[in-house]
Ligand binder design. Structure first.
Ligand code: GLA
Length: 555
């Protein structure tokens, strides 16, 4: 099932978008800066404040105990969930993530050269010191911003900080801003995001680290767009390919809103308010506890293969239907969005309403199925379709991001991307619908609304599982249980092959869904877990990256 929901027209005056890149900003410049906040209330919602006040106070006390200094400033970046639009960002189709309250804090003390303690070292500690031991670096090791980061099979936690540091040094030089050399620094990290759960903990850490170093070496006036772009490129230093969704979601997020993140013509993020409904619309995260192992390690068997499959599918389709050369993404290859846009342009299809989009999706899926008659092609066969030798194909598509594969599935991967992009458009259109956005939905109006959103999420999960093969039995099982106990929709979120599911649930069914997951999943698969509140919890859309004001910060 492609899309079961009604289509609603977009909001007549959509909220403004943040644009990334050098296009004229739609906002006054200060709106596009990483906010410098002066109190915890600027970051967290009222219900989160008691916990966060205690946590920040503990961070401050620990910092003082460790370093015998005051914190100069803290950077904070949240994790994210993706509501819908999975594995389509690197094909340049829009996605709909939102930031979650759990985050990564990087507390910094800058020690000026005149201070007796200025020893030219950067000491990096973590509040979870046993799990993440302290690392000590010398600032002179970073004189050349192209310093290597060790990315062995088991990547050290400090590599994410170094990726941020490298990004900050590289980009501040490229922009020829008034960057000062790295001073002596003391750093303490506190992450509340579970790792390997697909909630973008590593991107949040890279973003916070990058922001911390940028704020140290330049004026603390940092464009969000600059942070997003730099963070995407920084993570690539770790051999991790990324479509850009995670960084855009974590940096641009706004409380109570999801974000429609688009990648063409530039990366942009449009806030989409999550509607008031009766009963309230809630999001529940459930961790399958199947580890989304580090993408540096598993990339060649999973993420990188999907990246290559979708890119090659786009290139072959462009040849097959003679649409001309596709715009190249990151010096790598064309995208399915490029192919989609070229076909629509050639057919004279104006996009933007449900009928036109649905016609385009059907047409393009038919072309995909005609071009790729089977679901598995050997590498030699793929090379032949591209008109390349196998060696040249491998050199072109797999040098930067290696893969381990003997066969590729071009048909199902491409079909997933095209149909998922349509589901994402329908979902965000429903969230932002003009008829509903202006008021709260009554109990009678809510049911079809929940059903429509939920069915889109379920159809997305079905496609992630069967067409894109980025789910796993545990995730499929969790989704089934959540639906059985009353979730309107449930789906995998993020990288996949494990991690978390996100469920859309009416407020009056939250307890029964959580209880169902406890009974049928956690008690069976993980009887050792006594309190499931760490693995199943409600989330609300959170604010994005911030920097605390140097003085007078209120906890
Ligand atoms: C990871 C990547 C994102 C995106 C998702 C899948 O989180 O970092 O860019 O591709 O996987 O939707």
């Amino acid at each position: 099932m492609l899309v079961p929901s009604p289509w609603t027209t977009p909001h007549p005056s959509p909220p403004p978008a943040y644009h990334v890149g050098s296009s004229p900003p739609l906002f006054p410049p200060h709106e596009d800066l990483v906010p410098s906040v002066s109190s915890l209330a600027d970051i967290y919602s009222a219900s989160e404040l008691p916990h966060q006040s205690a946590r920040w106070a503990a961070l401050e006390a620990r910092f003082r105990a460790l370093y015998d200094r005051q914190i100069s400033f803290v950077t904070r970046t949240p994790g994210r969930v993706n509501l819908i639009g999975e594995h389509i960002d690197y094909s340049w189709f829009p996605v709909l993530p939102m930031a979650i309250p759990r985050d990564v804090l990087v507390a910094v003390a800058i020690i000026p050269a005149a201070d007796a303690a200025a020893d030219g070292r950067i000491i990096l500690s973590n509040v979870q010191a046993l799990k993440y031991p302290t690392r000590v670096f010398n600032t002179r090791d970073f004189t050349d911003p192209f310093f290597p980061i060790p990315t062995d099979k088991h990547i050290d936690w400090s590599a994410y900080f170094l990726a941020g540091l490298k990004g900050a040094l590289t980009f501040s030089r490229l922009c020829a801003t008034e960057a000062t050399p790295l001073p002596t620094m003391r750093i303490l990290v506190d992450g509340e995001l579970p790792t390997c759960a697909g909630l973008s903990a590593s991107s949040a850490f890279v973003c916070s680290s990058l922001l911390a170093v940028l704020a140290t070496i330049t004026a603390p006036v940092i464009e969000r767009s600059f942070l997003v772009n730099s963070a995407v490129i920084s993570e690539r230093a770790l051999g991790v390919n990324s479509g850009g969704m995670d960084q855009a979601a974590s940096v641009f997020a706004i409380r109570d809103h999801a974000l429609l993140v688009d990648f063409r013509p530039l990366v942009s993020a449009k806030p989409v308010r999550v509607l008031d409904t009766v009963p309230r619309l809630c999001f529940i995260l459930a961790n399958s506890l199947v580890s989304v192992s580090n993408r540096t390690e598993t990339g060649p068997d999973r993420y990188n293969i999907r990246f290559v499959e979708t890119t090659i599918a786009a290139e072959i389709l462009a040849r097959e239907y003679s649409v001309g050369r596709l715009e190249i993404r990151d010096g790598f290859g064309g995208t399915l969005r490029g192919f989609y846009d070229k076909i629509c342009e050639r057919q004279g299809w104006a996009m933007g309403d449900r009928e036109s989009e649905e016609r385009a999706v059907k047409d393009i899926v038919a072309r995909i199925r005609k071009t790729f008659s089977k679901d598995r092609y050997s590498l030699d066969e793929v090379a032949e379709m591209l008109g390349l030798s196998t060696e040249d194909m491998m050199r072109k598509y797999t040098t930067r991001f290696p893969i381990r594969a003997t066969h590729l599935n071009l048909r199902d991967r491409a079909q997933h991307v095209i149909e998922e992009s349509f589901r994402c458009k329908c979902f965000s259109s429903l969230l932002a619908s003009s008829t509903t956005n202006l008021r709260a939905l009554s109990a009678t109006e809510s049911t079809p609304y929940f059903d429509a959103l939920g069915e889109l999420m379920n159809a997305s999960q079905e496609s992630c599982s069967s067409m894109f093969a980025c789910s796993c039995p545990e995730i499929d099982n969790l989704c089934r249980i959540a639906q059985k106990y009353g979730a309107a929709g449930s789906r995998i979120t993020g990288t996949g092959w494990g991690g978390c599911i996100i469920s859309l649930v009416r407020a009056d069914r939250v307890d029964q869904v959580i209880d169902g997951l406890r009974k049928e999943y956690y008690s069976v698969q993980h009887p050792e877990i006594k309190d499931i509140s760490e693995v199943v919890f409600q989330i609300t859309p959170s604010n994005g990256s911030v920097l605390t004001k140097g003085t007078g910060f209120q906890m």
